[in-house]
Design a protein around this ligand. Structure first.
Ligand code: E4P
Length: 217
């Protein structure tokens, strides 16, 4: 399973990247806004730091303008994946941009049918939003399962990029189902290391070690 980091914060990306935990990065207009940075500048910095795909999202609403924005974003670096929304215009833009050999991430996917259309339009990645479905009492993970089944039934090569991940359990479930990629905020990826029994066990070991009076270094 590949790990993408869902942020435009350079320091957070760098910390995880140094540990080999970053296979790619996803950004969106809200994350760019939170970073307070210029989209072209910050995206270039991320692309210089990370080898894998870096998603940069178009903000136009019509296909022709999305295509123009996509080409401009793709010119930032070879590892840009142009992110387009799952609208009819977004699918048109996906078809053209993927036909030009660019990576395309189709985002804001909330149904299996939407994912099917994105695959047929040549998407490199489909981004189903788990957390936002859970927020309205639907089962985000069921959507990942449905897409996995449909893509496997027909051999679609579009990668399932489980997005809007809010908890470590979302990551376990997405991995169990066989999502190709997860994108999660840095804090959620780091929280995967936590376990109360690890903390408790370490506390006991440290107390017993102190009783030995020994030192390793
Ligand atoms: C994915 O590419 C999106 O940037 C992201 O996962 C959205 O997550 P949110 O629903 O927590 O904003």
């Amino acid at each position: 399973m590949k790990f993408f980091v869902d942020t435009a914060e350079i320091d957070a990306i760098a910390e995880l990247n140094d540990l080999g935990m970053v296979d790619g990065v996803t950004t969106n207009p809200s994350l760019i806004m939170k970073s307070g940075r210029d989209i072209l500048e910050v995206t270039k910095e991320i692309c210089d730091l990370v080898d894998g795909p870096v998603s940069a999202e178009v903000v136009a609403m019509e296909a022709e303008a999305m295509i123009a924005e996509g080409r401009k974003l793709a010119a930032i670096a070879d590892n840009i994946a142009v992110k387009v929304p799952l609208t009819w215009d977004g699918l048109k833009a996906c078809k053209v941009l993927s036909g030009e050999g660019r990576m395309v991430n189709v985002t804001l996917c909330f149904s299996a049918n939407q994912a099917l259309l994105a695959a047929k339009a040549g998407a490199t990645f489909i981004s189903p939003f788990i957390g936002r479905l859970d927020d309205i009492n639907l089962d985000g993970m069921e959507l990942i399962e449905d897409i996995r089944t449909i893509y496997d039934n027909y051999g679609f090569e579009t990668q399932i990029l489980a997005a809007s991940i809010r908890t470590v359990n979302h990551i376990t479930d997405a991995a169990r189902i066989g999502a190709d990629v997860i994108t999660a905020p840095p804090a959620v990826i780091k929280a995967m290391a936590n376990h109360p029994l690890t903390d408790k066990g370490l506390e006991t070991f440290m107390k017993d070690w102190a009783k030995t009076g020994q030192k390793i270094l």
